[in-house]
Design a protein around this ligand. Structure first.
Ligand SMILES: Nc1c(O)cccc1[N+](=O)[O-]
Length: 229
């Protein structure tokens, strides 16, 4: 399924890496179109100002609504989902990634500073579906890194992007558990052996051992995924 992704940012060069990553192939094959837009191209003053001081006072700067309004007028179509990476957003999950991978059009609004004037999000919601989405509970300087992570997580789920689709369902968080540990040659490395079960050829026993590893690892590292306290 063909997908179009537009990214609006004051750091367009940041997304140059999408040309060389997995998504580069998807772009060459015409499965995913990515267009990056410099927010400053939608300013009209000599200094190409995108931010200003916050009403109500407080530290930091807020991104002005006008440039965002003009940028989104150009790229946000009614069929699109506008994704605003934000620490105040809903949690980004594999489930959300799968849902977004079915969309034909995504627009990422990457904010810097203390965020974007809230009226931009309110206005956008009158044009298209808008989701404020958080990558995680930590402080970043802006939405670009989060957008990159989301684009990678979503992009690889778009049909045709990954050459080997069955590798998609053997991943952490696909079956609600963390993935089992993996090994490859040599059988002994720095006196450490590969678990013998994996060399037994007993595929039923191997599958059982892997499942047990998933459960044990998830219980140890991520009890929250098991619904345990
Ligand atoms: N956490 C954070 C932030 O601090 C700034 C922009 C976006 C995010 N996020 O998506 O998680």
């Amino acid at each position: 399924g063909r997908m179009r992704i537009d990214i609006v940012t004051i750091f367009p060069e940041f997304f140059g890496v999408l040309d060389v990553s997995l998504l580069g192939k998807a772009r060459e094959r015409g499965i995913i179109d990515v267009a990056v837009h410099d927010l400053r191209d939608y300013t009209h003053d000599r200094h190409r100002t995108v931010d200003d001081t916050p009403y109500g006072g407080g530290a930091g700067m807020v991104m002005r609504p006008e440039p965002w309004g003009e940028a989104l007028d150009e790229v946000l179509t009614p069929d699109a989902v506008l994704i605003v990476p934000s620490p105040a957003g809903e949690r980004f999950t594999q489930a959300l990634a799968k849902q977004l991978a079915t969309e034909s059009r995504l627009v990422f609004a990457c904010g810097r500073y203390e965020g974007i004037d809230q009226r931009v999000v309110e206005h956008a919601a009158s044009v298209a579906r808008v989701r404020e989405v958080s990558l995680g509970d930590y402080v970043l300087n802006g939405g670009e890194v989060a957008a990159m992570a989301m684009i990678e997580a979503v992009g690889r789920l778009v049909p045709g992007v990954i050459g080997n689709p069955e590798s998609l369902d053997e991943e952490s968080h696909e079956d609600g558990l963390l993935e089992y540990p993996s090994y490859t040659k040599p059988a002994v490395w720095r006196e450490r052996e590969v678990p013998p079960i994996l060399l037994s050829g007993n595929h039923g026993a191997i599958a059982a051992w892997r499942r047990e590893q998933q459960v044990e690892r998830t219980r140890r590292v991520r009890p929250d995924l098991l619904g345990d306290a």
